[in-house]
Design a protein around this ligand. Structure first.
Ligand SMILES: Nc1ncnc2c1ncn2[C@@H]1O[C@H](COP(=O)(O)OP(=O)(O)OP(=O)(O)O)[C@@H](O)[C@H]1O
Ligand SMILES: [Mg+2]
Length: 251
């Protein structure tokens, strides 16, 4: 085996894909005296490191289970003037994660709660914070199934561990009494340890209706709100934006 083939095989074995891709041109640059061997190695390794970091980031984003990929740049703040842009920008710095604070988005359908939660979530996972997105309904189904299989504690620990857990759509579907209990346990486990983002269409004063119990609803809210930012959005549904415009045009 020639020493070149041996080198290529070893790069393959070490999974240094970018080094392998670019090594030919660097061999030539070194041969022509345009780069020193140290410069060539440094540049090749930098290409490899950048590539591997990008791959790790996209793996983080992939496992987070986002329903769609939308960034803050795609959010039209002019359409939703009740949202304080500076507050959202501050949340995007992820300071809230270090402080173990929560974010609660409150508003009617289509005002952008999930969009904003996802944008922040993507940012968090890009910075390699373990992040997971799940609807409240799926979360509770999953935890209830675990309870039936006698592994609730393990599952609760699993969800409690995420640096950022996004629980979407609290309030759209009714929550049974045993589920309310399980939900409380999860929020209690995450309290002051990790950050949670909540989206809901129901005012906090109505949460006792969702959870079917004033005491449990208050206990959950107490923990969620203690260290938190509440973003209340009162505006039109973006989903109906064009429909409403069309209606006005017809008038
Ligand atoms: N201000 C906005 N600028 C750009 N796109 C927006 C804006 N608000 C909402 N959207 C888009 O409209 C759609 C609905 O928004 P989103 O899913 O965030 O609503 P929501 O508040 O979570 O509603 P629901 O309570 O029904 O789940 C999404 O495709 C989202 O990207
Ligand atoms: Mg939503």
């Amino acid at each position: 085996m020639s020493s070149y083939v041996y080198l290529m095989n070893n790069l393959e074995k070490l999974k240094l894909q970018k080094v392998k891709e670019h090594i030919d041109s660097y061999i030539e640059l070194v041969a022509r005296g345009e780069k020193t061997i140290v410069e060539a190695l440094n540049e090749l390794l930098r290409l490899e490191i950048e590539y591997q970091e990008e791959k790790a980031i996209s793996a983080c984003v992939k496992v987070a289970n986002f329903p769609f990929f939308k960034s803050l740049e795609e959010f039209d703040f002019n359409f939703q003037p009740t949202i304080n842009k500076a507050v959202i920008r501050d949340l995007m710095t992820l300071r809230f994660l270090d402080k173990k604070e929560n974010i609660l988005f409150l508003g009617n359908p289509g005002v952008g709660k999930t969009h904003l939660a996802v944008s922040i979530g993507i940012e968090a996972s890009k910075k390699r914070n373990s992040t997971y997105f799940i609807t409240c309904h799926d979360l509770l189904s999953n935890l209830k199934k675990a309870q039936l299989e006698n592994r609730l504690e393990v599952r609760l620990k699993h969800y409690a561990k995420y640096k950022l857990l996004i629980i979407d759509e609290i309030g759209y579907l009714p929550i049974m009494e045993d589920e309310s209990n399980i939900f409380f346990q999860l929020i209690n486990k995450r309290y002051e340890k990790n950050s949670t983002i909540i989206t809901t269409n129901k005012e906090f004063s109505k949460w006792s209706e969702i959870f079917g119990d004033v005491v449990i609803a208050n206990a959950i809210l107490d923990r969620l709100l203690h260290h938190s930012t509440v973003i209340k959005i009162t505006g039109r549904s973006y989903r109906l934006k064009d429909k409403i415009d069309e209606r006005n045009e017809k008038k």
